[in-house]
Design a protein around this ligand. Structure first.
Ligand SMILES: NC(=O)c1ccc[n+]([C@@H]2O[C@H](COP(=O)([O-])OP(=O)(O)OC[C@H]3O[C@@H](n4cnc5c(N)ncnc54)[C@H](OP(=O)(O)O)[C@@H]3O)[C@@H](O)[C@H]2O)c1
Length: 489
């Protein structure tokens, strides 16, 4: 028996198995779990998609992305061979009951007489979620195993386009998979340092008393990518940066930074507090949002196309690739503290950071000039190169009293010997364990949509043109003007 203590088998059906997410993230994460003996003895992975493919072709396709991070090089080939022998593939239409009846027969054949739990990973475009869930349910694949087994569905954002469509998705999917069976992935929640946020806040006496409006002047959550939309242009143009990044990933980070301490770290208590803090945020006002779209420029020695020049983007598209928003949380802890949220593609670097700027020290006794000391900042770097840095003022070593800005710097790579798991490894293991604390509950989703739905509708109604910014730059001037308006520096 392995570490999970699972005697029951596990069949993982990856819908959309011919796609990028399945090949680059989902199946490599399952391999990583397998290498660490974290899958049940009797597990099977069945890929399902429309494209015809033999089992061998499917295995060859997924093998290219498996890595030997957890097993020594010389035995990795054996691990891969054993893992791939549990992988098979079936092609079929996503809404076809017959295809799923065939899938069921194939699963039963693999599982034999043993009982098996089932995981359905929907690595498919979002417009297919409902058809697939309904077809799976209609073919009797949900909770159809003998004995006390479970069926769980995993879906990836975007969960709808606004509050109404999100509610519709939640309610229709709920007719097949109950809320308890539905695992909505926001892969930022699986990132190591994001899981550390509550530990940092509540397991350290030095931070907890300062984490409020008396001491924090502003919070900046920044997401930057140094590439354009690439081959996801069709999808992206339909959604834009607010729906693709801000409403989900950045609101999850904000909720973890700003929520009150939960009664326990169990899923319901953590989700309750996240919902509560999101519900304290008023819908984003139109004048607290700045939007941009990248224009052609030379960056890192290459001529980079404008967003409107990307294949699959309509010539006059006004879809924003950059957004900056100022939000306020209407509660005692955060009253008056601006939360500055920025997200942009085709910027100068790839980073995600959370930055808490503390109020300046009022005393001027260290400075004869009376100039203010630089404020302390706590920076939590989510990616790449996970780190936690605290900017402080320090005496420069020497005979004079000279103050210099310095940093306390915790870099994960240097500080911890352990390998940092990929977010998908952690999330898939939690689905198997039934731990829902890193997944998005329906009411968190609703609360996050309530913040953005009115402004998204207004933008669409007014056909607002985003300000152009050069590929590889630092975003539109209007975002910097918004920051200055709220003294965000
Ligand atoms: N890729 C990522 O890193 C990433 C990150 C976050 C979220 N997501 C989300 O995860 C899901 C899957 O992502 P992905 O990048 O793997 O998507 P994808 O490659 O575009 O699609 C996955 C598979 O779905 C099928 N498919 C694609 N377009 C279809 C269409 N119009 N009609 C019917 N079937 C279609 C294709 O398989 P067949 O043609 O063989 O059926 C394709 O191989 C999406 O919901 C995406 O938004 C992806």
């Amino acid at each position: 028996m392995n570490e999970l203590g699972l005697q029951t088998g596990l069949t993982i059906v990856v819908l959309g198995a011919s796609g990028d997410l399945a090949r680059k993230k989902v199946i490599p994460a399952l391999f990583a779990l397998y290498c660490q003996d974290l899958l049940p003895e009797a597990f099977h992975i069945v890929g399902f998609a429309r494209r015809p493919m033999t089992d061998e072709a499917f295995r060859a396709n997924v093998m290219e992305k498996l890595t030997c991070r957890y097993v020594p090089g010389h035995s990795c080939a054996d691990y891969m061979e054993r893992f791939l022998s549990r992988c098979s593939y079936m092609s079929g239409e996503y809404d076809s009951r017959d295809a799923y009846l065939d899938l069921y027969q194939a699963m039963r054949l693999l599982e034999g007489d043993a009982s098996a739990n089932r995981m359905y990973y929907m690595a498919i475009p979002p417009f297919l979620f409902l058809d697939v869930a309904e077809a799976l349910g209609g073919a009797g694949l949900v909770e159809c195993g003998p004995g006390a087994t479970w069926s769980r569905a995993i879906i990836e954002k975007p969960f709808g386009r606004d509050r109404t469509s999100s509610d519709h998705l939640v309610s229709c999917m709920g007719k097949v998979f109950t809320e308890g069976q539905t695992f909505r992935i926001d892969h930022y929640l699986g990132k190591e340092i994001v899981q550390n946020l509550l530990v940092l806040r509540f397991a350290n006496r030095v931070f907890d008393p300062l984490w409020n409006r008396q001491h924090v002047a502003s919070v900046h959550i920044a997401w930057k990518e140094d590439i354009g939309v690439g081959n996801r242009a069709g999808y992206f143009d339909d959604y834009g940066i607010v729906r693709d990044v801000v409403q989900n990933h950045l609101m999850q980070l904000l909720a973890l930074v700003a929520m009150e301490p939960p009664t326990s770290f169990d899923a319901p208590h953590v989700c309750d507090e996240k919902v509560r803090v999101l519900q304290c945020i008023a819908p984003l006002a139109f004048d607290r949002l700045a939007l941009g779209q990248y224009a052609a420029a030379r960056f890192q020695g290459q001529d980079c196309a404008a967003y409107r020049g990307e294949s699959g983007v309509p010539a006059g598209s006004c879809t924003p690739t950059y957004a900056a928003a100022v939000l306020h949380i209407d509660n005692d802890r955060w009253d008056g503290v601006p939360f500055f949220i920025t997200a942009g593609k085709a910027l100068d670097e790839r980073t995600t950071e959370i930055r808490l700027r503390f109020r300046p020290v009022s005393s001027t006794r260290f400075h004869e000039t009376g100039a203010a000391l630089p404020p302390n900042e706590l920076v939590i770097r989510v990616q790449p190169d996970e780190a936690i840095r605290l900017a402080i003022t320090n005496k420069a070593p020497g005979l004079d009293m000279r103050l210099v800005p310095s940093e306390l710097d915790l870099r994960y790579q240097a500080a911890f010997a352990a390998k940092i798991p990929d977010a998908y490894e952690c999330l898939l293991l939690d689905v198997i364990r039934g731990d829902r604390s890193l997944f998005v509950r329906w009411d968190e989703l609703a609360a996050a949509w309530d913040i953005f739905t009115p402004v998204l509708h207004e933008l669409e109604a007014r056909l607002v043109q985003p300000e152009l910014y050069p590929f590889g730059g630092n975003g539109p001037e209007s975002a910097r003007a918004l920051a200055r308006r709220f003294h965000l520096g």
